[in-house]
Design a protein around this ligand. Structure first.
Ligand code: NDP
Length: 330
């Protein structure tokens, strides 16, 4: 019996290394090695997926490749003793959608050790409204907590606040009782950010130019999804002993700062990587997403597109046009 075909997005490269993207049909035989096969029920479009599909950065490192770094779905076949047919699972990262066929297909075959269980009480759609962006926001909050940045230490800033990482970070930090300062280039989204829990909304223009070595202390720490001058300014405005979790590069990969915040104010810069984060940390992050994120806010911070809308959403996200999170229902 011929194998059942499913829709998939494929990124290819021609002899001149020019990248192209197309919607096609594949079967399970086209998938890569792995011990668990999953029927993908929901996926999402992260900034990184935007870079992968548009080719604006070398995210895809093997061609042709199905992009998509996140999925939630149901196990249809497993040779891994931890997973059985019917189990509900979530995948974030591990090179899926970069070097291993990813989420933008009806089925995915991956290593069982890359999967985590879908948190109780969450649907596949909820998990993708969180996605890598939201799970990275949680990793960032956990890093601040490990550094002792508790709500009583003072305000915390979130940059790129109207984006995916930023929106979820605002929602989590406010639920945990922090006074959240949301920095955005889209002041028209102030009501949206306040609905998510921001106590103050500031213009990203205050943070996007060249930073002084030290500036007036404004916050005890923050979650920075933007990098470059913005992160330099956030550091220079962090109060004595504070900490900033750096997880993104929406403004740029550079960091034009000085050692002043580190050696004169004891400020710490906490690096956050979601892709290769160890499993125990992921399980903890998803457990915390279950308990410390108001799931009702997921509806407010996400929009839904169909499978055929992925490529347009990918273009929009790299142009900074997407608010919050984009969920793809299959
Ligand atoms: P989004 O595009 O949803 O959010 C990024 C936000 O950054 C935008 O919405 C915008 O927010 C702001 N922004 C965009 N361009 C600029 C600019 N030129 N200058 C200043 N601010 C800008 O992306 P995600 O939330 O999905 O990802 C955010 C970043 O985090 C990306 O760089 C991504 O690669 C990174 N990331 C890193 C991970 C890790 O493991 N470390 C995992 C996930 C994401 P606003 O309109 O509010 O100003």
């Amino acid at each position: 019996m011929p194998e059942e075909a499913f829709k998939a997005i494929l990124v290819s490269r021609d002899e001149d290394k020019k990248q192209s993207v197309a919607v096609t049909e594949l079967t399970e035989a086209d998938l890569m090695d792995g011990d668990v096969t999953v029927a993908v029920e929901a996926t999402t479009v992260n900034y990184k997926d935007g870079l992968a599909i548009t080719g604006k950065a070398p995210v895809v490192r093997r061609f042709p490749l199905i992009p998509g770094i996140d999925f939630a779905g149901t196990v249809t076949a497993s040779e891994n003793e931890e997973w059985r047919r019917g189990d509900k699972v979530v995948l974030n990262g591990w090179g899926v959608g970069e070097t291993h066929h990813g989420a933008y297909a009806g089925k995915a075959r991956v290593k069982g050790e890359w999967l985590v269980p879908l948190p109780e009480g969450m649907s596949a759609r909820d998990a993708m409204a969180v996605g890598t962006a939201g799970y990275t926001a949680m990793l960032s909050v956990m890093a601040l907590e490990r550094h002792g940045i508790t709500p009583d230490r003072g305000p915390v800033v979130v940059t790129g606040a109207a984006g995916g990482v930023g929106s979820v970070a605002v929602a989590i930090l406010s639920k945990l009782g922090y006074h959240v300062v949301a920095s955005t280039g889209r002041l028209a989204e102030s009501d949206y950010l306040k609905e998510l829990g921001a106590a103050e909304v500031i213009s990203r223009d205050e943070l996007s130019g060249p930073a002084k070595p030290l500036a007036k202390e404004r916050w005890a720490g923050g979650v920075d999804a933007v990098g470059s001058h913005t992160l330099a300014n956030v550091l220079s405005m962090t109060s004595y002993g504070g900490a900033v979790a750096a997880c993104g590069l929406a403004q740029g990969m550079d960091l034009p700062t000085s050692v002043a915040p580190f050696i004169l104010r004891g400020v710490s810069l906490l690096g956050i990587d979601s892709v290769m984060a160890p499993r125990a940390l992921r399980l903890e992050a998803w457990r915390r997403i279950g308990s410390d994120l108001d799931h009702a806010k997921l509806a407010a911070l996400s929009t839904t597109v169909p499978f055929d809308g992925i490529i347009d959403a990918a273009r929009d996200i790299v142009e900074g046009k997407v608010r919050g999170r984009v969920v793809v229902e299959m």
